[in-house]
Ligand binder design. Structure first.
Ligand code: NAP
Length: 470
C-alpha cells in the first residue's frame, strides 16, 4: 500500500489522528482569521475563517476517544446555539460591547468550571506543573467571570456607570489579591487542602467585582479587552491541564491579541493601563472645558444642505451617535448625493470613536461605504484645513479640542480629529448631551461650528433629499 493511502486509512481508523488534524486546521484558520481582522477590507473574510476554525475545533473534539456519552455534548451544543442565535437576532449593534462582555463571562466560567471539575477528580495525582496551570486557569477564570458581568451591567446601565470608589479601596483590593494568590500557593503545596482551593475561587470572584467597580463606563472597552486577554490565558492554561493543543493555541492567541488591543486603545486615548485601572476616569463630571462659553449657533436643514451642495470637499466624522441612530445607510446616501455633484467625500475615523474598537468601520462597512473613503486620524487631520465642511455625525469626545488645547482637561493629550481646523463644521446631535467623558465640548461654541439638532439618521436622510433638489 502506498504511504498516502496508508496514512489516510490510518487516520480514518484512529480517531485521535482526525482530532489532531482538525485541530491543526482550526489553528491555521484562527491565525489567518486574526490576520484578516486586522484590516477592514479583509475583516469579514477573517471572521468567516475564524468561524470555520471554531467549527473544525468542535467537530474534531467530537472524535475524542475518551468521549463515552454524547448526550451532554449534544445538549450543550443545542443550548449554546440557541443562546448564540438569540444574541445575534435580538441584541442591537449598539449593545455589542455588553454582549461581548457577556460572552467573555460565559467563556471564563466554562474554563473555571472545567478546572474545578479536574481539581475535584484528579488533584491528588496531578504533577506540580499541571496543578499550577489548573490553579491559574481557575483563578483567572473566576475573576474574569464576575469582572465581565460587572462590565456588562455597567455598559447596559443596570449598574451605575460612574466609578465606585471609597477610602482604603486599593489596600482592600491588594489584600484580596494577596489572599487569592496565597490560597493558590498553598493549594499547590498541599492539594488535599481543598478549602484553600475553594477559598481561591471565592476570592477570585470577589476580586473580579472589586477590580471593575472603580472603573467608569467610558473605560469599559479597555477593561473588557483586558478581561478578554485573561479569559484567553485561562483557556490556554486549561489546554495545559487537559493536554489539549487547540485550547493552548487559541487561548494564547486570544490572550495576547486582547492585551495588544488594550495597549492600542490606551495609546489612542493617551492614557496608561494603570490610569485606566486605577485612575477612576469618569468620576469627575460636567466640567465646562476651556473655551466652552458663549452661544451655540444653530443651522437649519435648508442652510446646511446648501452649504454641503456648494462645497468642494466634505469630510464625515462619525461617532457613537451614528451607532445609536443607526445612521450608517443615511450617511452613505448623503455621501452619494454629494458625490453625484462632483464633491469629494471622505470619512475620518478615530480609533476609539464609538464604544468598541472598529465600531465605525463595522457600521460603515455594513452600509457598503468604500474602504478607500475611510481615513485614519493621522491621514485625515492634515486635510481639515482644505475641507469645506466637516460633518460631525454623533461624535463628541473624539473631536473635543480641549484634549489638545487644555492641559487641565481630564482628556488632555488624547489625540483628536481636528475638525475645528476645517473651513466650516456642522455638528449633528440631538440636543445638549455630553460625550461619554461627561465633558462639555468647546468645539460647539466656536464661530466655525453650526449645530444641526435632531436624530442623526433623520437629519441625514432629509439633507440627502434637499441636496438632490438644490
Ligand atoms: P461620545 O463622546 O460618546 O459622543 C456621542 C455623541 O452622540 C453625544 O454627544 C450625543 O449627543 C450624540 N448622539 C447620541 N445619539 C444620537 C443620535 N441618535 N443622533 C445624533 N446624535 C446622537 O462619542 P465619540 O465621540 O464617538 O467618543 C467615544 C468615547 O468612548 C470616547 O470618550 C472614547 O474614549 C470612549 N471609548 C471608546 C472606546 C472604543 O473602543 N471605541 C474605548 C474606550 C473608550 P446628544 O445626546 O446631544 O445627541
Amino acid at each position: 500500500m502506498d504511504p498516502v493511502t496508508q496514512t489516510v486509512q490510518h487516520a480514518l481508523q484512529s480517531p485521535n489522528y482526525i482530532l489532531e488534524f482538525t485541530y491543526l486546521v482550526a489553528s491555521i484558520l484562527f491565525v489567518f482569521g486574526l490576520k484578516g481582522l486586522s484590516h477592514p477590507d479583509s475583516a469579514r473574510r477573517g471572521m468567516f475563517l475564524a468561524m470555520g476554525g471554531m467549527a473544525a475545533a468542535i467537530i474534531g473534539t467530537l472524535f475524542h476517544r475518551d468521549i463515552q456519552f454524547y448526550g451532554w455534548i449534544i445538549a450543550g451544543l443545542i443550548l449554546g446555539s440557541i443562546v448564540g442565535a438569540a444574541f445575534a437576532i435580538w441584541v442591537p449593534m449598539t449593545a455589542m460591547p455588553q454582549r461581548t462582555a457577556l460572552s467573555h463571562a460565559f467563556g471564563a466560567i466554562a474554563a473555571a468550571l472545567v478546572g474545578i471539575a479536574e481539581f475535584t477528580m484528579h488533584a491528588q495525582t496531578m504533577s506540580l506543573f499541571t496543578r499550577s496551570a489548573l490553579g491559574l486557569e481557575v483563578m483567572l477564570g473566576s475573576l474574569t467571570t464576575t469582572g465581565s458581568l460587572i462590565a456588562c451591567g455597567k455598559l447596559q446601565g443596570i449598574i451605575r456607570g460612574t466609578p465606585v470608589q471609597f477610602k482604603g479601596q486599593q489596600i482592600l483590593n491588594l489584600l484580596i489579591f494577596l489572599g487569592m494568590v496565597g490560597c493558590f500557593g498553598y493549594s499547590l503545596y498541599d492539594p488535599s487542602a481543598t478549602y484553600f482551593f475553594y477559598g481561591m475561587v471565592a476570592l477570585g470572584f470577589l476580586f473580579g467585582v472589586m477590580l471593575v467597580i472603580p472603573i467608569g463606563s467610558a473605560d469599559m472597552p479597555v477593561v473588557m479587552s483586558l478581561l478578554n486577554s485573561y479569559a484567553g490565558l485561562s483557556s490556554a492554561a486549561t489546554g495545559f491541564v487537559l493536554g489539549n493543543n487547540i485550547l493552548i493555541i487559541a487561548g494564547t492567541l486570544d490572550g495576547f491579541s486582547g492585551f495588544i488591543l488594550s495597549i492600542l486603545m490606551c495609546k489612542a486615548m493617551n492614557r496608561s493601563i494603570t490610569n485606566v485601572l486605577f485612575g477612576g476616569f469618569g468620576a469627575v463630571h460636567h466640567e465646562a472645558g476651556a473655551g466652552a462659553t458663549g452661544e451655540m449657533r444653530e443651522i437649519s436643514l435648508d442652510d446646511a444642505a446648501v452649504r454641503l451642495a456648494y462645497a468642494n470637499k466634505v469630510v464625515f466624522v462619525p461617532g457613537y451617535g451614528l451607532a445609536t441612530a443607526q445612521a450608517q445607510h443615511a450617511v452613505r446616501d448623503l455621501a452619494n448625493a454629494l458625490e453625484e455633484r462632483g464633491i469629494t467625500v471622505k470619512y475620518g475615523i478615530h480609533p476609539v470613536a464609538g464604544r468598541m474598537p472598529g465600531h465605525m468601520n463595522v457600521l460603515l462597512a455594513e452600509a457598503n461605504v468604500p474602504y478607500g473613503e475611510l481615513y485614519e486620524m493621522d491621514q485625515i487631520n492634515p486635510e481639515f484645513p482644505t475641507t469645506d465642511v466637516a460633518v460631525v455625525v454623533g461624535a463628541n469626545d473624539v473631536v473635543n479640542p480641549d484634549a489638545r488645547d487644555n492641559p487641565n482637561s481630564p482628556i488632555a493629550g488624547m489625540p483628536i480629529l481636528e475638525v475645528d481646523k476645517a473651513k466650516s463644521v456642522i455638528v449633528l446631535k440631538r440636543g445638549q448631551g455630553r460625550g461619554f467623558s461627561g465633558l462639555e465640548n468647546p468645539l460647539f461654541f466656536k464661530p466655525v461650528t453650526s449645530m444641526l439638532y435632531g436624530d442623526a439618521k433623520s437629519s441625514l436622510a432629509q439633507l440627502a433629499q434637499l441636496v438632490k433638489n438644490v
